[in-house]
Design a protein around this ligand. Structure first.
Ligand code: FAD
Ligand code: SF4
Length: 808
């Protein structure tokens, strides 16, 4: 019997622990994970980058839903554990699900600390902890202009920088006289303040907030000294509070966090805690580096393997704000037993200070030039004797970088977050023939979290490869860790070598993992289909889970059924059929979707084929990387403002392009006049009727990265609309990276470039010929499934998935 491991919390520390367990004992445990957030594990550190507009949510997902499936992990997302019974060894979720465990990991992280003051519950007040907080701030910035961030620490300043980028004016309120006073001394702090003021932040120092003002929504803050400040949005970034309630309620010993010993064991047998919810030797850590160390120790414990106990960590801090280069670790203040070594170049804004005691470094503050940070941090953590050692290096990185790297000892930490040393990186480069930064990151984890060490990793790569180093190639992003090939190279190789199957691609192009992974397999399958058009036999098992199942998996493991309704137009007969099927199969939720379709939610996997058979309607592909929906307004047929027949065009577009494989989902909208009732301005392709023709908008997006569409062309007839759309879609199919939305693709390619390509009649014709040829191959997936017992048995029979083996 396999042992059951249950984990509460699906965040960074918890999942790293599971990754370590899978490395040590891949087939030993049946793993179940509950995560309160409705997402797979994502890089919380990068929330600051999302807010600052440098990345989007898809890019910060660390473990995709397919990763869990591949590792036979039963994942319940959007589901919280509300009770633990350590006697009966089981947990109970807010949906009444009861799961037994042999070993239980609590990895519930922490919450933002919200000041317990009047008005803290008003609309427009948020913490900065998860993607929901980020989305709320991004949304507020579209409507409101004035933000106040409470807290001049790391999180507060990163939030403030993000809000500035979103176009808000930002006041930062801080209780103390200096920013980041726990990490910086007054000189470094004042340099930081000057830089951030130059960037546009306004600071209200030594202010204690006592009340949030406003009716339902916040309008301002009142301070203890009686002064007030206006605010449309308030972000509280004053600290975190470990999430310990369920542990406490089940009788486990809790102090500030869930108290653990050096093996991450709590006071209850077979119950462990890891991450920000855990308190080890009276310390609760709030940075990933120590949490990942904890995860390693815990994995060894659970796998019953010998290993060093966790002895605590010394952490180093950096701030992820452009234009600010700072590092801090250890003690900050002199205490009579310390001596400091200091360099202060006020002119260039460079300040370096090292605190020493008994010839060893006990504290580091660097501002403006942090290139000494890894070396000094090593000296601090290893308690090296510094007598006779030159503490600060004056040379800059760049031409002399190579010498610096040569002088760097092998045990010097390069990636603080993931604990990766120079020696480990050099060994991986040599042993595995690595040539790009991306590969080094995949193989060693260096640079996988906050990303600050990437320049150093690049220098190590250059130094290790010597003459073989190709700077341009080193920056190349391979499609995943299984290969060194970029998307362009992969596509070129498939064409040049005439490769025709996913397996063949991986074999011939010498994938370093013969099964590939959840990133590369769907991408290869897509590129093969795009290149070989009608000849390619789709590899269904290489698709992402929703496409493989031809249904969207929901957070409780059920599926949705969304029949096609061309242009959002339906009939009484179809509505009757949908109603009958919904009734017969006890469908818990029937809902109109944002794309004008009817969705049946909460469907059991084994009911899918018969429901589709009874519906006898085409699949709406609500799950696919393909054309999702064409939303239409009623248009000239019924609306007095309408200048064009939007419904007819919408139906024609949807009928032509349905089922087409595209790099990512594609949504369309057709409005018959500029009032734009179908929201065509935020679709991948939107059509707006005007007198005598149509305006075609592209690259709009209505999701997290809200983006209005750009006008591509104005055309006169529906034939021109169809021709331009075919050419645009085919060009997107051929040149986008797999999983790149049209909005990002257009930004990357440049709108002018796309216009130039499509303006050429010959090119448009050639692109349309290719898309027409491709479109011929598609068949209705549910018809196929209904007629094939093999498909039904393979995909829709009830399976209970266990670790290491899949049993029915
Ligand atoms: C904006 C921001 C920037 C940051 N920047 C850095 C940085 O630069 N460097 C750095 O090292 N660290 C940084 N951090 C901190 C780092 O992200 C955290 O230390 C790390 O995510 C903690 O991991 P964890 O697994 O303990 O908690 P989390 O990642 O918070 O995961 C815990 C998960 O458990 C879930 N959960 C809680 N209770 C339950 C329940 N009862 N049932 C089911 N699920 C539950 C939560 O919803 C959450 O998803 C940053 C954090 C933020 C918010
Ligand atoms: S977009 Fe114009 S034509 Fe269409 S429904 Fe709205 S107002 Fe009427």
């Amino acid at each position: 019997m396999m042992k059951k491991v249950v984990m509460i919390g699906n965040g960074m520390a918890g999942i790293r622990t599971i990754e370590e367990i899978l490395k040590l004992a891949p087939e030993q445990f049946e793993i179940t994970i509950f995560g309160q957030e409705p997402h797979p594990n994502y890089n919380r550190i990068k929330l600051s980058n999302i807010l600052q507009g440098d990345t989007n949510f898809d890019e910060i997902i660390i473990n995709s839903l397919d990763w869990y499936k591949e590792n036979h992990i039963q994942l319940y997302i959007g589901e919280s554990i509300v009770k633990m019974d350590v006697e009966a060894k089981c947990v109970i979720s807010d949906q009444g699900r009861k799961v037994e465990y042999d070993e239980l990991i609590i990895a519930t992280g922490s919450n933002s600390f919200i000041l317990p003051i009047p008005g803290a519950d008003k609309i427009g007040v948020t913490g900065f902890r998860d993607i929901q907080d980020c989305e709320m701030m991004i949304k507020s910035a579209r409507q409101y202009k004035k933000a106040v961030v409470i807290g001049g620490g790391l999180l507060g300043l990163e939030a403030a920088r993000g809000l500035l980028n979103l176009g808000m004016t930002v006041d930062v309120v801080h209780l103390m006289p200096h920013l980041m006073e726990r990490q910086l001394d007054p000189i470094a702090s004042s340099l930081l303040r000057a830089e951030l003021e130059a960037q546009g932040m306004n600071f209200l120092m030594e202010k204690e907030t006592v009340e949030i003002l406003g009716d339902d929504r916040v309008t301002g803050l009142r301070f203890k000294d009686g002064s007030e400040v206006d605010a449309d949005l308030v972000v509280m970034a004053i600290g975190i509070k470990s999430n310990t309630a369920i542990a406490k309620n089940s009788g486990i010993y809790v102090n500030r966090g869930i108290v653990v010993n050096d093996f991450m064991e709590t006071s209850a047998p077979h119950v462990y805690a890891v991450g920000e919810c855990a308190e080890h030797r009276e310390i609760v850590y709030g940075l990933v580096a120590p949490l990942y160390e904890q995860g390693k120790v815990l994995a060894q414990r659970i796998c019953r393997q010998a290993g060093d106990p966790y002895a605590g960590s010394i952490t180093g801090t950096q701030l992820k704000v452009a234009g600010v280069d700072l590092f801090s670790a250890g003690e900050i203040f002199e205490d009579g037993t310390t001596k400091s070594i200091m360099v202060y170049n006020e002119f260039d804004g460079i300040y370096k200070r090292v605190l020493t005691r008994d010839n060893v470094i006990v504290g580091i503050v660097l501002y403006g030039d942090t290139k000494d940070s890894t070396r000094l941090f090593r000296m601090l953590t290893k308690k090296e004797d510094i007598s006779g050692v030159s503490i600060f290096q004056t040379a800059c990185m760049g031409s002399e970088a190579s010498d610096d790297i040569a002088a760097m000892p092998n045990d010097e930490l390069v990636c603080g977050c993931n604990g990766v040393t120079k020696g480990a990186i050099v060994e991986a480069i040599k042993a595995q023939g690595l040539t790009t930064l991306d590969q080094v990151s995949h193989c060693t984890n260096a640079g996988r979290s906050c990303g600050r060490c990437k320049p150093m990793v690049s220098s190590i790569l250059a130094h290790t490869l010597g003459d073989q180093f190709d700077a341009a190639a080193a920056q190349k992003t391979s499609i995943c860790g299984c290969t060194t090939l970029s998307r362009e190279e992969l596509v070129a190789e498939i064409k040049a070598k005439g490769l025709t199957s996913v397996k063949e691609v991986m074999n011939v192009l010498e994938w370093n993992n013969e099964e590939g992974c959840t990133k590369c397999r769907p991408a290869i399958n897509y590129y093969l289909g795009m290149i070989h058009m009608d000849e390619y036999k789709d590899d269904r098992d290489s698709r992402l889970v929703n496409e493989k199942m031809h249904a969207n998996i929901q957070k409780d493991g059920t599926y949705s059924v969304v029949p096609r309704m061309y242009g959002g137009v339906t009939t009484a007969a179809d509505l009757k059929k949908i109603a009958e099927v919904a009734e017969k199969y006890n469908v818990p939720l029937v809902k109109l979707t944002g794309g004008q379709r009817i969705g049946l939610f909460g469907v059991k996997k084994e009911d899918l084929p018969s429901m589709w058979e009874e519906l006898d309607m085409p699949s709406g592909y609500a799950y696919g990387k393909t054309l999702r929906t064409v939303k239409t307004c009623v248009g000239a047929q019924f609306c007095r403002y309408g200048t064009q027949d939007s419904m007819a065009l919408g139906i024609e577009l949807e009928k032509k392009f349905e089922r087409l494989d595209t790099p990512h989902k594609v949504k369309m909208g057709v409005s018959a006049c500029p009032r734009n009732c179908s929201e065509a301005g935020i679709k991948d392709i939107g059509f707006v009727g005007i007198d005598g023709g149509w305006e075609i908008y592209v690259a709009g997006n209505g999701g997290v990265d809200l983006r209005p569409g750009d006008l591509l062309f104005t055309v006169k007839t529906e034939e021109e609309v169809m021709e331009m759309t075919g050419a645009y879609l085919q060009y997107y199919r051929e040149t986008a990276n797999y999983l790149e939305r049209t909005s990002k693709w257009v930004e990357r390619m440049g709108l002018d470039h796309v216009k130039e390509v499509l303006a050429d009649e010959e090119t448009r014709k050639a692109l349309n010929e290719l898309i027409d040829q491709t479109l011929k191959k598609y068949i209705e997936p549910w018809n196929e499934a209904i007629q094939s017992e093999e498909i039904q048995d393979k995909y829709y029979t009830k399976h209970i998935v266990a670790v290491g083996s899949e049993s029915k």
